[in-house]
Each structure stands twice: as structure tokens, then as C-alpha cells.
Design a protein around this ligand. Structure first.
Ligand code: COA
Length: 168
């Protein structure tokens, strides 16, 4: 798998959900950034998107295959982009792609890793609840109040999500 490199002014796919700087405290014994730190940033970014979409508490249920293609160094700007891949009944799957701009001053950004993160909408007791709830609740959105293009949700893929629910 080769490292994808694109010009800085080219917008990667998905919504920007995290932008941060890799710091010395995030390094391993080699002085490189921990893979676990990057995974945590991606999980946070996906959680921001999933929480926004479901308007509820959420939890991570699965992270599918991740390969680190390129090291991250102290001082690099790290951006995580989230692209909604699937909405199930209680779950939402996002492709989270991590990009790095070396030292935050390069003219290019390179793709470090990507993975599928699945989140489940949960109630206050941690039990799964539908992503789109049928009745208006304190943290829910009534199905009959949703725009028409939301009508296939819960049955599989949802292509058109209102912009207000796409980013943090
Ligand atoms: C996530 C959790 C609430 C799910 O509860 P559950 O009773 O097992 O619920 P279900 O088996 O009905 O699964 C709920 C949804 O997750 C999906 N799911 C379960 N395992 C999955 C997996 N490995 N990959 C993708 N989706 C998965 C199910 O398909 C279902 O989605 P759907 O409703 O859209 O069809 C529960 O397992 C849990 O609390 N796990 C711990 C989560 C956690 O602490 N995460 C952070 C780790 S530090």
C-alpha cells in the first residue's frame, strides 16, 4: 500500500473532525509518535461525527483493520477526516482517514492511515438505541420531522446527510 500524497490545497474526502499537532509527550521510545495516540485521535474524531449524527451518547464497538503507512513526527499537523459509510439500526460506521502536514509548513499532505470505526448510539444505561429515534425525546429527533432524504436510514446506506449533521 503506497502513501497517498496530495497538495495541501486539495481537500481530502470526508469532513475535517480533528486537527492537532503531534507533541513530544505522544512519542514512543524511538522518538516517533505512538500509533495508539493516532488511533485515539481518529476515534475521537469519529465520535464527534457519530455523536453529532445520532444526537445521543455513543460508544465505539469496532475498529476494522488499520495499517500505518507513514510515521508521524513531533511537530507535524495531524488532521482526521470522517466519511459516513453506513448507518444501521443502532450503529454508524465511519471511514476515518488521518493526514499529516509535515511540521505544518509543507506544501503537501500525506495519508498516514485509515480505518473503519463503528459507533453505537446508547442510552444513559449504555444500552443500544436507534440512531434515528421514532419519537421526539430529550436527545432525539422525531422521524416525521426529518427531511425526506433521511427516509431510508436504518435500512442500510445513507448517502445524503444534512450538512448540519456532518461536522462537529
Ligand atoms: C457497544 C455495545 C453497547 C453493544 O451492545 P450489544 O448489546 O452487544 O448490542 P448489539 O449486539 O445489538 O450490537 C449493536 C450494534 O453494534 C453492531 N456491532 C456489534 N459488533 C460489531 C462489530 N464487531 N463490528 C461492527 N458492528 C458491530 C451491531 O451490528 C449492531 O448494529 P445495528 O443495530 O446497526 O444492526 C456493548 O457491546 C458495549 O457496551 N461494548 C463496550 C463498548 C466500549 O466500551 N467501547 C470503548 C472501548 S474502550
Amino acid at each position: 500500500m503506497s502513501t497517498e500524497v496530495i497538495p495541501l490545497d486539495t481537500e481530502p474526502e470526508g469532513e475535517l473532525v480533528i486537527r492537532t499537532i503531534a507533541m513530544p509527550k505522544d512519542t514512543n521510545f524511538n522518538g516517533d509518535i505512538f500509533g495508539g495516540w493516532l488511533l485515539a485521535q481518529m476515534d475521537l474524531g469519529g465520535a464527534i461525527a457519530a455523536r453529532k449524527l445520532s444526537r445521543s451518547r455513543i460508544t465505539t464497538v469496532a475498529i476494522d483493520s488499520m495499517r500505518f503507512r507513514h510515521p508521524v513526527h513531533v511537530g507535524d499537523t495531524v488532521c482526521c477526516h470522517a466519511k459516513l459509510e453506513r448507518v444501521g439500526t443502532t450503529s454508524m460506521t465511519y471511514k476515518i482517514i488521518a493526514w499529516v502536514n509535515p511540521m505544518g509548513i509543507s506544501e503537501q499532505r500525506c495519508c498516514v492511515t485509515e480505518a473503519l470505526f463503528t459507533y453505537v448510539a446508547i442510552d444513559k444505561d449504555g444500552k443500544p438505541i436507534p440512531v434515528i429515534r421514532k419519537a421526539e425525546g430529550s436527545d432525539g429527533v422525531a422521524l416525521d420531522k426529518l427531511p425526506k432524504h433521511w427516509s431510508g436510514i436504518g435500512a442500510g446506506f445513507q448517502k445524503t446527510i444534512p450538512p448540519s449533521r456532518q461536522h462537529p
